[in-house]
Design a protein around this ligand. Sequence first.
Ligand code: ZN
Length: 220
Amino acid sequence: MSKYIICFSVVILFGCGSSIEIIDRPINFSEKRVGLTKEYIKNHYEITPESLEIDPKIIVLHWTAINNFDSCYALFNREILNDSRPDLTSAGQVNVSIHFLVNRDGKIFQLMPDNMMARHCIGLNYNSIGIENVGGEDNVDNLTDEQIDSNIKIVRTLKKKYPAIEYLIGHHEYRLFENHRLWRETDINYRTVKYDPGSRFMNAVRIGTIDLNLKGAEDI
Ligand SMILES: [Zn+2]
């Protein structure tokens, strides 16, 4: 009898833990931004795409390096890069973008369709879905337990939706993919140094999704 009760409790707990609420908060993505994204794809991946649709194989986790949600959202909402990022503007005018933005309380916002290419990770944009977490200002890991839980839920939801997803990585690990079959980048000088979201956060999300058998950067 006690064995039965324990099993029953686990099912309930798992059921609660797997529920997810995603709030739609689309960023501006006019024909102009679509056109600039296609230009980026052509210049960096030598592909002339008819649409921005991608076939996701990788999930990349990030922090925004800004601790305030509204500032983060405003940044992604811009269609054109501003002049404060000369390291990026030289590679294309289209602004950076992201599929999901997780606030510090764990609330999840979807900014664009998850099968549409976002500019968030050099070399891997064409086959990855990005999740940004509000935090990490001055490169300090201040990401919250609520954000860890929400990232786990998003990863689980995405793997269910796109069974072909193979990898879960942190942005700080992206350069390990440089010789990988999934890597696409024509400009060998176009690289940035990234610290987000750090190994503590990645380890916690990997532990929470271990049963999905996603590969990490060490499995490349
Ligand atoms: Zn990042």
